[in-house]
Design a protein around this ligand. Sequence first.
Ligand code: PLP
Length: 396
Amino acid sequence: MKARENFLSIAVPDISDAERLQMTECLDSGWISVGPKVREFEKLFAEYHGVRNAVATSSCTTSLFIAAKVLGIGEGDKVIVPTITWQSTANIVEQLGATPLFADVDRRTMNIDLASVEKLFHDHGRSVKAVIPVHHSGLPAEIESIDAIADSHNVPVIYDAAHAVFSSYDGRMIGGFGKMSCFSFYATKNLTTGDGGIITTDDDELAEQCRIWSYHGLPKDSWKRYSAENASPHVQCIVPGYKFNMTDLQAALGIAQMARKDELLAKRNRLVEHYNSILSGIDWLEIPVHETERGRWGNHVYVVKILNEDVDRDAFMGELRKLNVGTNLHFYPVHKNLFYEMKYPDVSLPAAEWLMDRILTIPLCTKYSVDDLNYVSEAMKHVYGKRLAHRKVSAG
Ligand SMILES: Cc1ncc(COP(=O)(O)O)c(C=O)c1O
């Protein structure tokens, strides 16, 4: 098979004239840090998710950190997280001086496994102070059951909704569940601000705390202090806060992307359906679950599983790379990352450790065409059919 000319990376941002216009308007406005565009973006996002408050930050990682911080997570506490996630879900727990308790995931959906959560509550009792489930690939976790388990222990749930800007559960947008949800607007996400994040919550007091902690611990942000109608030189921190705010330049991108959300979602879903149609029925490949009875349509990433254990997944990725197809892993289990493996060597999670060598994320983004997806499918079939990544069987 001849390699395509251009490298097809896992995803690229979808930027149109609408984003360019918003950015130019912001640059020309004289206000490029946190200001009116951030407030407008927060309002749009909160309305879209049907939630009372949205607090924009510099990333989903800082959103998760602030959310856990305002819930009082700190030294000596334990927090349940799935091991199949981006490192930051666990890193923020460590940064706060607490201990992440790694839960296994469902092998099919890759979302947090309920039995594993129950067991961690059973084993660690009252030292567990929060649960942070992930909506993997945008597929909603089992929210009702997770909330019920957490409620029975009087523990709050923060949903890591980094992948789930477009997801819903029981017909409600995903941002309204748990105590708080944290989203990512990183460059390759469903909706991007370059880098950025947002915390959604119906709790006004928690939202105010998030705002204060993410902006130097000040009860007023710069926009309120510097604008003519609010000018007030004196402002004092009421907590030793961080500098984790989103900027107007980022929000300008976000506002334009929000206006295009239906177009972006429809295109993403069409591409996912196309992948489903060309990749289903292959006996060595499992396609992702993108919809359950109650949760649907996130589709941030398309993660397949290579079922034939004779195939070396890393070699498979290498062969695809030679054909100019980029791949990724969502995710290598966090408890198997060097830092965590050394600190918590006894963690053993069978489903995640099976997935570790079998998952493969293939290119998906709204800039790609059906032809691009067809090429990816052909490339995978070629690598498999020619046994380019099969483990060698030694003679005798
Ligand atoms: C599940 C999950 N949580 C958190 C994050 C962190 O997001 P950010 O890059 O916006 O900090 C990511 C990033 O991709 C993620 O995939």
